[in-house]
Design a protein around this ligand. Structure first.
Ligand code: NAD
Ligand code: TDX
Length: 361
């Protein structure tokens, strides 16, 4: 279902989940970079939503925050009517695999039902615009986990069959299928991206990298699941956001772009490198933090390895990751060290009051 596209020129962009980790990094890039484009951030502010992430743009004239859920059709409809969006960039989701194992239903509600509700509103609002090429565009942000688990060899490609194995990845896979169904059945101009594990500023410290940094700073044990042999491909969030910027403007309607960091490591190698770099950043003797590593029970159904073939986005959109893993980890540690107020607010949960303080709700 590919069709060559010239550039899409967004005027108003609905960003869902923009108070989360990747969505916030995306807005921090896009709001100053495109001052003539209005960005509306619709976020339900679950535990993962943090308006402190957006302090740098919160007073920008081309940025508006709306507190609400993608599962609320009347609200989404009213936003389409008010802002006449040309584009949707859909990040909102429940994103943590371990939480999905403990309670899958919330993942069905947001990731599947919420995505379909959003697609319905886009379809209704864009009924007459959908036939004009590039007038409107729906960018769906998904994960490489929809393809399942690899052994030591091989990579995921855009045509790799879906084989999700956790409640999280099953819910993301279902969402991807609905986006394709809307493109095929109704002609909704959609592009899907499936990226590998992100890391960088503003990531909630339930995910491996910020969890390890936070616990090392507090001299707490760092849990490594199983033997630490599982492999992930790490992508710096700034590289991911640069890719999404290109996809929003120049991605081919109907296509799927795989985005990876070309930085595959076992979890144990990653944690060891990270702890060594933390020691360096804190001026501690090398190896001080390594004794914090603690092997714990494995994640049920733990996918062994993810790796993507990102050649399409490299070739078609001239994107490539700019961060090596070492440079990215150094920058990330430096960010967490110089943003202790953010880490403290997350640790003591006071970030949840930021909404009331800033928006007098
Ligand atoms: P996150 O958990 O940090 O943020 C999710 C955001 O969505 C939060 O701000 C939350 O408040 C919001 N949200 C949740 N339910 C909502 C609802 N019903 N309505 C509106 N907002 C809602 O997630 P993230 O790591 O920034 O991931 C963003 C997207 O990228 C997700 O779709 C995720 O599946 C995908 N993704 C993430 C990674 C990664 O490594 N973090 C990798 C690949 C894909
Ligand atoms: O404490 C831990 N110890 C540990 O060994 C945690 C939290 C994780 N792990 C392991 C599990 C994974 O193999 O580290 C690896 C990375 O774990 P997460 O940070 O939870 O990420 P992952 O499960 O790989 O999924 C992430 O990347 C793909 C995001 O959370 C998803 O939203 C994204 O789609």
């Amino acid at each position: 279902m590919t069709e060559l596209s010239t550039e899409h020129r967004p005027a108003g962009v609905l960003v869902t989940g923009g108070a989360g980790f990747i969505g916030a990094n995306f807005l921090l890039r896009m709001v100053p970079l495109y001052p003539n484009v209005h960005f509306v951030n619709l976020d339900a502010l679950t535990y993962a939503g943090n308006l402190m992430n957006l302090r740098e743009v919160q007073h920008s004239g081309n940025y508006t925050f709306v507190h609400g859920s993608i599962t609320d059709p009347a609200l989404v409809r009213s936003l389409f009517a008010q802002y006449h969006f040309t584009s949707v960039v859909h990040f909102a989701a429940e994103s943590h695999v371990d939480r999905s194992i403990r309670s899958p239903l919330g993942f069905v509600q947001t990731n599947i039902n919420g995505t379909v509700a959003l697609l319905e509103e886009a379809r209704a609002a864009w009924r007459s615009a959908m036939s004009s090429p590039n007038q409107v565009r729906f960018v769906h942000v998904s994960t490489d986990e929809v393809f399942g688990s690899l052994g030591h060899e091989g990579v995921f490609r855009p045509d790799t069959p879906y084989a999700p194995r956790s409640p999280y990845s099953a819910s993301k896979a279902a969402a991807d299928h609905f986006v394709r169904a809307y493109a095929n059945t109704y002609g909704l101009p959609a592009v899907i991206s499936n990226c590998s594990n992100n890391y960088g500023p503003f990531q909630f410290p339930e995910k491996l990298i910020p969890l390890t940094i936070l616990r090392a700073l507090n001299r707490q044990q760092v849990p490594v699941y199983g033997t630490g042999a599982n492999i992930r491909d790490w992508l710096h969030v700034h590289d991911h956001c640069a890719a999404l910027d290109l996809i929003l403007h120049k991605g081919r309607i109907g296509d799927t772009y795989l985005i990876g960091g070309a930085s595959e490591l076992t979890n144990l190698a990653l944690v060891r490198m990270l702890l060594t770099l933390v020691d360096e950043a804190l001026d501690q003797p090398e190896g001080t933090s390594l004794d914090l590593i603690t092997f714990v029970a494995d994640r049920p159904g733990h996918d062994f390895r993810y790796a993507v073939d990102a050649s399409r986005i490299r070739r078609e959109l001239a994107w490539h990751p700019s961060y090596s893993i070492e440079r990215g980890l150094r920058a990330t540690i430096a960010w967490y060290l110089s943003n202790r107020d953010w880490l403290d607010a997350v640790a003591d949960q006071s970030y949840r009051n930021y909404l009331n303080e800033q928006y007098s709700l």
